[in-house]
Structure formats: C-alpha cells, structure tokens
Ligand binder design. Structure first.
Ligand SMILES: [Zn+2]
Ligand SMILES: [Zn+2]
Length: 350
C-alpha cells in the first residue's frame, strides 16, 4: 500500500506515517500546500516535526490553543502528539488484560503432500533433511491458498540459499483438503502476515523469491536472473546494508537499471518506490563504490587477466597468423578513439 504525505507528497514507509488531524495541523499544511485538504490522511515524520516546531513557536500560539479548545477531542490528541517526539511507531499496542478468546475455528484447507519421505514439490522419495522454510510456507499459503505442513521436506536441488526456487514453489499442488483448527491468536498472526505481505509488495522486486520473470529481469537490468544472482554474491562482502526501505538486492537492481534504461532518478523513485530522488542517488553511489572494489578488478582492466591466459583463451588463430611470427605472442587490438594521444586511429600493439 502506498501512503503519501499530505504535506510534501513524499511516499511514506508504512511504519513511519502519522495521522493527519487537528485544526492547527490542517492550518499548517493548508498554508504550505495552498491546496484543498482531504478530510483524513497521513503526514510524514519530517513534516510532522516541522509542524510541531511551528506549533510551539508561532506568535499565534494562543489563537491555536483557543481553536483547539473548541475541538475537545483534537486537543487531547494534540497533547499526546507533542509528548512522543522521535518515536516512529504509529500504533503502540497497549497491554491488554482482556483474556484472548480461546475458541477455535476449524477451516478446510488445501494441504500439500506432507511426509518426511516425499518431496513436497516433485513427490519423489527424498532422503535429505532439507525442509521447506517458514517464509516459503507462508508465501504459498498467501499466494495460492495451499498450506504446507511444518517440517515438510523437499529435494535439496529445489532450494537456493534456504529458499525454494520460485518455479518450484509454483509447482506445488494440493493433495488433500484437511480440516485445520485455528485459534484467535493464529488468525491474528495470519492477518498480520497478510498485512506485512501487502505492504511489502513492489512493482519490481529483486528479493527472494525473485519471482520476476526472466525477460523482465533482462529488460530492466540487461542481465539474466542467474547472472544477477552471481553479481549479488560477488558484492555480498561490500558494506551495502539492507535498510527498511530498500534491500541490498533491490539496490543492485536499481543500479543496473539506471544505465540500461537511461532514466532520471526521479522516474526511478517511482519505479522502485523510493521516498525521494536523493535516496536513489545515495543508493546508486553506494552500489557504484561496491562495484569498483568487488567487481571491476576481477573483470576489467589489464590486471584482471594474465598474458598467458590471453594467449591461451582469447587469441584467434587468424590474428595470430596475420600479425605475429611467433606463436607465444599476445595480439592486442585497442580502439584508440578515446586515448589521450594526438592521433585518432586504431593502434595495433604486438
Ligand atoms: Zn511530508
Ligand atoms: Zn523434489
């Protein structure tokens, strides 16, 4: 779900939005945006902090206080708001003493093959101890309404880095309909999982299970999914960290998309659902640095390859015949257009 700040139109992370309420806050936003205000909405933390600063320093403080007094409910909320600066949690769960309903509902669910001896994907006999991860079990239930019982096993070659390969996940079919009991707590837990899943949906997502199609990946980045995974492994030692707004893999995807499509950071903000274009440019700079230290030295430049390797693997018989008199000679053809020399030409160095 995309939530935008009523004041600055920035996209707000689902954890960071604050309610937009109160006559004083509406006045503040109205004066800034000069637009018709909606009845409700959300405000980002940055705008809310500048509102609070204005609210506490303005020369109209007594007028605002009087206005808020005329709105009894709002003034209560205003006081609450002023106390919790810096706290980003929108809703904090109040400890409740109400006993949780222990009633249980029984629902019919599609169940996959469930056995320690059969693979949940291909239903062949398995001897391995490879089990389906909780993330994949939740994902399949949310996407396809198929429940994989905990501890179900699968062949090790269906799994990469602990997660089922997306194609294999989609191959799982229900075997049976089973009456399954859910307590009130189970249902609340599932609703929470559905909500998190809904909030984390992106247009383009390079994170596991990497469900993007092969051609989507190629169109965006210019490389295949397997090559993308390989590149991510090479960059894994770099100091790019996952953040709440973008993962390491999505940062790499963003970096590859930029030169491939040649689009502005503003458009990338929309496509990759970043909060603003500065965040995009910071991410691009971080990945560029990681590429320079972890990728470029291994694949580009004179140091990444030995002379003998060039002779053995990268010399054509034709060039060797035409340009050399000894077999053990390197033939190097350099396009000199952009070399810093006076003559624009193709150089041949023997
Ligand atoms: Zn804002
Ligand atoms: Zn299998």
């Amino acid at each position: 779900m995309v939530i935008e700040c009523v004041c600055c139109d920035t996209r707000i992370d689902s954890k960071n939005y604050r309610p937009f309420h109160g006559i004083a806050m509406r006045l503040f936003v109205s004066a800034r945006t000069n637009l018709y205000l909606r009845d409700s909405g959300s405000i980002c933390n940055a705008c809310r902090m500048s509102y609070l600063k204005w609210r506490n320093n303005t020369e109209f403080i007594s007028v605002l206080n009087r206005l808020e007094e005329e709105e009894p409910n709002e003034s209560m909320m205003g006081i609450d708001d002023k106390d919790d600066d810096g706290n980003n949690e929108y809703v904090t769960a109040a400890p409740s003493n109400d006993p949780i309903d222990t009633n249980v509902v029984t629902l019919p669910l599609n169940i996959s093959v469930s056995s320690h001896h059969h693979c949940v994907v291909c239903r062949e006999n398995v001897n391995s101890t490879c089990t389906v991860s909780d993330e994949d079990r939740d994902l399949l239930f949310m996407q396809s309404n198929i429940f994989i019982p905990k501890g179900s096993r699968c062949c090790p070659d269906h799994v990469v880095d602990g997660r089922l390969i997306n194609d294999n996940l989609n191959k799982i079919r229900p075997r049976d309909i089973m009456q399954t009991s859910f307590s009130a707590t189970d249902i609340l837990t599932w609703l929470g999982k559905f909500r998190n899943h809904y909030n984390s949906i992106r247009y383009f997502d390079f994170d596991p299970p990497f469900s993007m199609s092969e051609s989507d990946c190629y169109n965006l980045t210019g490389i295949s999914k397997a090559n993308f995974d390989h590149l991510v492994k090479l960059l894994a030692d770099s100091n790019i960290k996952n953040s709440s707004n973008r993962s390491f893999r999505n940062a790499v995807g963003l970096f590859l998309t930029k030169p491939r499509l040649g689009i502005s950071n503003k458009v990338l903000t929309t496509i990759f659902q970043f909060s603003n274009s500065q965040a995009v440019s910071r991410t691009l700079a971080a990945v560029r640095q990681a590429m320079l230290t972890h990728f470029v030295p291994h694949y580009l430049g004179f140091n990444h390859i030995s002379r003998q390797e060039v002779i053995d693997n990268h010399s054509s018989p034709l060039a060797t015949q035409l340009l050399t008199d000894k077999l053990n000679t390197v033939v190097l053809v350099i396009d000199g257009t952009y070399l810093y020399i006076q003559v624009r030409n193709v150089l041949t160095i023997l």
